[in-house]
Design a protein around this ligand. Structure first.
Ligand code: ATP
Length: 402
């Protein structure tokens, strides 16, 4: 199958890393289904990565999540050959990094990759400005230019005014911002972030996660983010790969991971996660039971309600823009008064949400209305409706019936 590298930035294929004096022993047929522990016991080799494959799209935040020892750090290091893998391919923009000469590898790392670590990796005797400019300095960018770019990055991460301080004069959260600014200043396409927020206090950590999300909305880098914290993964990841004993046991969107865990292991991880924080309106909305256009009269409305088996109706204007709701009582009254058109009528207002809203955000809305919540796009066009029941179960009525 041909791959489209206009959109795929990283393509990891069947990657293995075996630590030990004779890694090839592991590839004998008889160990094909042996566990990592068995292999270690019998062969004395540690399988840190076992046949790992995944793709990361450009501009995506791809999270690799797993407990200590699952192989996350080994994996990110293998991506840029800080560790040499045993077998497999790592393609960046379609080129296999594992075949690069050492010169090409150095060039590739400098141009394309920026890293952010848990232990910030800052130079203690350099001021913030020079720490942030460091990546550009080793690329040979002249001083004015690199300071200019560094200042912009410092501002982006909210450290304006701290340019001439030393890292040791700043808090953990601020030092992590310096690390992030350094990665941004380098203006590389890919950010590799290895547990960047793990050393921070919970409050600061949440703040940094929020900032990363809003930053990413504007910078749109390709981010590979390592964490052992499922909530962090669910919060920031577009896609999440869950690792166990060197293997990816599931890869999917946050919603898929929570609602369709692939096995008992993932299930045990996600059981404490609140579904309301990861399930979005788009997943639980359903086709509106009934809609009518505002120039159609009340009789058409009543007919639509009966055929949709509902006692409320969304009224749409031109281009399906939502105008409001009409109840059966109202429509009946209008029909008796022989009103010909719904145009210009005072309709009941309806709660609207965009398709990305989480159940968590929809519940307070549902408390304020008896009507279904309308899911609309940016132009106000009706995309679907969410019923109260769907908020409780996290499934649309249609899905429940199916
Ligand atoms: N240099 C090495 N030599 C031998 N075994 C190693 C080496 N580096 C890592 N390992 C082993 O490989 C496995 C994966 O380790 P890795 O550090 O990638 O896991 P991790 O998920 O990043 O864990 P942590 O969150 O604790 O860093 C572990 O069993 C580890 O002991």
């Amino acid at each position: 199958m041909t791959q489209n590298y206009d959109t795929i930035q990283i393509d990891v294929r069947n990657l293995w890393k075996v630590f030990g004096n004779n890694p090839r022993l592991v590839f004998q047929d008889k160990y094909a289904s042996a566990s990592r522990a068995e292999i270690q016991e019998e062969l004395g080799q540690v399988v840190a990565l076992r046949d790992v494959s995944f793709k990361v799209q450009k501009g995506q935040t791809f999270v690799i999540m797993g407990l200590s020892g699952s192989g996350k750090s080994t994996l990110v290091r293998c991506l840029i050959r800080l560790i040499e893998s045993t077998q497999g391919e790592v393609l960046f923009d379609g080129e296999n990094v594992l075949t690069f000469s050492s010169d090409k590898l150095i060039e590739f790392r400098r141009q394309k990759i920026a890293m952010v670590f848990q232990h910030y990796g800052l130079l203690p005797h350099r001021r913030v400005l020079d720490n942030v400019a460091y990546g550009l300095e080793i690329r040979g960018v002249d001083k004015d230019e690199r300071h200019q770019q560094a200042l912009e990055a410092i501002e982006t991460v909210g450290l304006k005014g701290w340019e001439y301080y030393l890292p040791s004069e700043m808090s953990g959260g601020m030092q992590q911002r310096i690390g992030l600014a350094r990665a941004l200043a380098a203006n590389s396409e890919v950010l590799l972030m290895d547990e960047p927020f793990s050393g921070l206090d919970p409050l600061i950590r949440r703040e940094m996660q929020d900032e990363l999300i809003s930053l990413q909305a504007s910078i749109q880098k390709t981010i590979v983010f390592i964490t052992h914290d499922l909530n962090e993964a669910l919060k920031i990841g577009d896609r999440i790969a869950i690792m166990r004993d060197g293997e990816i046991v599931q890869e999917g969107s946050p919603e898929e991971i929570v609602t369709l865990p692939a096995d008992d292991y993932v299930t045990s991880f996600v059981q404490d996660v609140s579904r309301s924080k990861v399930i979005q309106a788009r997943a639980i909305m359903q086709e509106p039971d009934a809609v009518v256009n505002d120039w159609q009269g009340p009789r058409a409305a009543l007919h639509a309600m009966r055929s949709g088996d509902t006692d409320v109706l969304f009224v749409l204007g031109r281009d399906n823009v939502l105008k409001g709701v009409l109840t059966e009582d109202q429509a009946g009254k209008l029909a008796r008064q022989k009103v010909e058109s719904l145009r210009g009528l005072e309709l009941d207002q309806v709660m609207t949400a965009d398709p990305d809203s989480y159940i968590e955000d929809l519940i307070p809305m549902a408390a304020q209305t008896e009507h279904p919540i309308a899911v609309v796009n940016e132009e106000g066009r009706l995309l679907g409706e969410v019923h109260r029941g769907a908020l409780l179960t996290g499934m649309s009525d249609e899905a429940t019936e199916a």
